[in-house]
Design a binder for this molecule. Structure first.
Ligand SMILES: [Zn+2]
Length: 119
């Protein structure tokens, strides 16, 4: 994962509640959903936030299936196709007659700073 200097777009910090690595600019942790600070610019940030990518799917094991194991792997690549990060987001088992729904979304918030550093 690329380390970005504090104050620049893409700079990160650790959520004090769940210890997840989150954006320094986040007023609310996207993992534990707890508020981190009062954001006087919340309305304008919300207006400039888009979700350009969102997928969701369900995998079911029917009663006659064998139990199965799953690993949720997230791979991030840059514009050249080179891997920036790879994380196992979770693992588990699907037993006959059970299902799991997997959802991934990418939130994109404009910083209003043209030409600033990349992350
Ligand atoms: Zn958190």
């Amino acid at each position: 994962m690329t380390v970005v200097r504090k104050g620049l777009p893409g700079a990160t910090r650790t959520c004090p509640h769940c210890r997840a690595t989150i954006l320094e600019s986040s007023a609310r942790c996207p993992q534990c959903l707890k508020h981190l600070r009062v954001d006087p610019d919340a309305a304008s940030r919300a207006a400039s936030t888009q979700v350009p990518f969102k997928v969701e799917g369900t995998i079911k094991r029917t009663a006659g299936d064998d139990p199965a194991e799953y690993a949720i792997v997230l791979v991030l690549r840059d514009e050249r196709g080179q891997e920036v990060s790879r994380q196992v987001m979770g693992v588990g088992a699907l037993l006959p007659g059970t299902e799991r729904t997997f959802a991934l979304s990418v939130e994109l918030t404009s910083t209003g700073r043209a030409g600033a550093a990349r992350g």
